[in-house]
Design a protein around this ligand. Structure first.
Ligand code: FES
Length: 237
């Protein structure tokens, strides 16, 4: 099956973006957008559909197993992991591939997601002494560890923008975990920051629930974090 991948490209941050299409023949139902990007870049000469010689497509990946989040991008209008996006599941044989739009584009499909980590730092989300572990906190820790900080939830969120006061869903898993594990002083500090940077700005559209590649139940996670930080309920349950 032949697919046409139309890639949104940009050489440098300051350049205008443009679209460029490449043909890729898939021989397996298991081929993903990541498979196609690797194959295109592996060609001796990369030519677009008009026969123009092109530079390799810049994109990021690491695990290729849906575990690191590096390959998050917008595929046919939906934020998802390139290593998970099966070409055979695309409705047409034309596939639009764009970088995540909420983050500054560095080049082609590579974006600067450092805000994800800056926001975790601003919220002070690290343990400062031994964790208070019990059955409840261990369950929270397990659920929290599913988040791979890919940024898909922020891409779809109508309230998040880089540099804004609202930090979005990506900080909630770690907040929820730490609120169940930390001592009282750190608990109060993080709860206060959570209310300012998450609870107050969340419009509860829950669009994040529909795009999380790890299938995290973001609604349940928000309810848990709100119970802990806002209503001060359920810390030890
Ligand atoms: S390369 Fe790690 S999630 Fe896709």
């Amino acid at each position: 099956m032949e697919y046409i991948l139309t890639i949104q490209r940009k050489k440098r941050e300051s350049d205008q973006s443009y679209k460029q299409s490449f043909a890729y023949t898939s021989e397996s139902e298991a081929d993903t957008v990541a498979t196609a990007l690797m194959a295109l870049n592996g060609r001796k000469e990369l030519k677009d559909t008009e026969g123009k010689l092109s530079a390799p497509i810049e994109w990021e990946c690491s695990c290729l197993q849906k575990k690191c989040g590096a390959c998050a991008m917008v595929i046919n209008g939906r934020p998802q992991l390139a290593c998970e996006a099966l070409l055979s599941k695309c409705k047409k044989n034309t596939v639009m591939v764009e970088p995540l739009r909420k983050f500054p584009v560095i080049s082609d499909l590579v974006v600067d997601r450092s805000i994800l980590y800056e926001n975790l730092k601003t919220l002070g989300l690290w343990l400062r002494e031994e964790a208070d572990l019990n059955d409840h906190s261990q369950e929270m820790a397990y659920e929290s560890s599913e988040c791979i900080q890919c940024g898909c939830c922020l891409e779809i969120c109508p309230n998040f923008y880089v540099g804004g006061k609202f930090f979005g869903m990506s900080t909630v898993p770690v907040t929820m975990r730490l609120l169940t594990e930390m001592n009282e002083a750190q608990y109060r500090e993080i709860a206060k920051l959570y209310v300012r940077h998450t609870f107050a700005g969340c419009g509860k559209s829950l669009a994040c629930r529909d795009v999380c590649p790890r299938k995290i139940d973001t609604e349940k996670m928000l309810v848990n974090a709100n119970a802990l930080a806002v209503w001060k309920r359920g810390k030890k349950k």
